[in-house]
Design a protein around this ligand. Structure first.
Ligand SMILES: Cc1cc2nc3c(=O)[nH]c(=O)nc-3n(C[C@H](O)[C@H](O)[C@H](O)COP(=O)(O)O)c2cc1C
Length: 179
């Protein structure tokens, strides 16, 4: 799969079913993130891969209402970083940006491996800190729920990708122009 296909095929499906997430997959995903660019090569990102039945069960306490679909995840990648671990240039803090790039690469590699990698913001960071013993000072930026796309027709229809803004609404040429 080339990058364009991975970009086009990646979707945040909620209709997911179990899939084996072996050590090989974990290292492929971690490597895709590890090679991401970052400000001054600071590499602020941290990841905890939760795969055990016991660990996944505990993580269910952290999901917000509406994210019950995530209970079917076969693994969850907990993504966190501290603001001080990356460039802070006047009022520009880069840890979220750089970690986002790393997660983007991880999602595309997951897509290439035939997986769904669905990022969520709907969770209790306090619960995640507690469950995984993550020290204070790290922000839990997202949880990436891993699974396999299910074709179970009883679930919500996800055949269409959610709409996007048009190119003219997000890009202009040479100068700022009614964006
Ligand atoms: C930071 C972030 C937070 C998100 N939080 C949730 C969430 O809590 N629950 C959920 O079902 N989807 C969540 N999503 C998925 C978005 O709804 C989804 O990416 C968007 O609708 C576009 O769909 P697509 O990813 O399939 O192209 C989140 C995505 C991002 C990037």
């Amino acid at each position: 799969m080339d990058v364009k296909d991975a970009i086009n095929n990646r979707r945040s499906y909620r209709n997911i079913e179990p899939v084996q997430i072996g050590d090989d997959i974990v290292s492929e995903l971690a490597e895709a993130a590890r090679l991401a660019p970052s400000c001054y090569n600071k590499q602020p990102w941290k990841f905890v891969f939760v795969r055990s039945a016991e660990g996944l069960q505990k993580m269910k306490q952290a999901y917000s209402a509406g994210n019950e679909w995530a209970h079917k995840g076969s693994a969850v990648v907990v993504v966190f970083a501290s603001r001080e671990s990356d460039c802070i240039i006047k009022d520009r803090e880069y840890y979220l940006f750089d970690t986002g790039i790393a997660v983007g690469q991880m999602m595309l590699r997951a897509t290439e491996l035939g997986l769904v990698a669905h990022p969520i913001a709907g969770y209790s960071p306090d619960k995640v800190h507690e469950i995984l013993s993550i020290p204070d000072g790290f922000n839990i930026i997202t949880l990436l729920v891993l699974g396999k796309k299910s074709n179970d027709s009883d679930n919500d229809d996800e055949s269409e990708r959610p709409g996007r803004l048009g190119l003219s609404e997000i890009c202009s040429s040479e100068q700022f122009d009614s964006l």
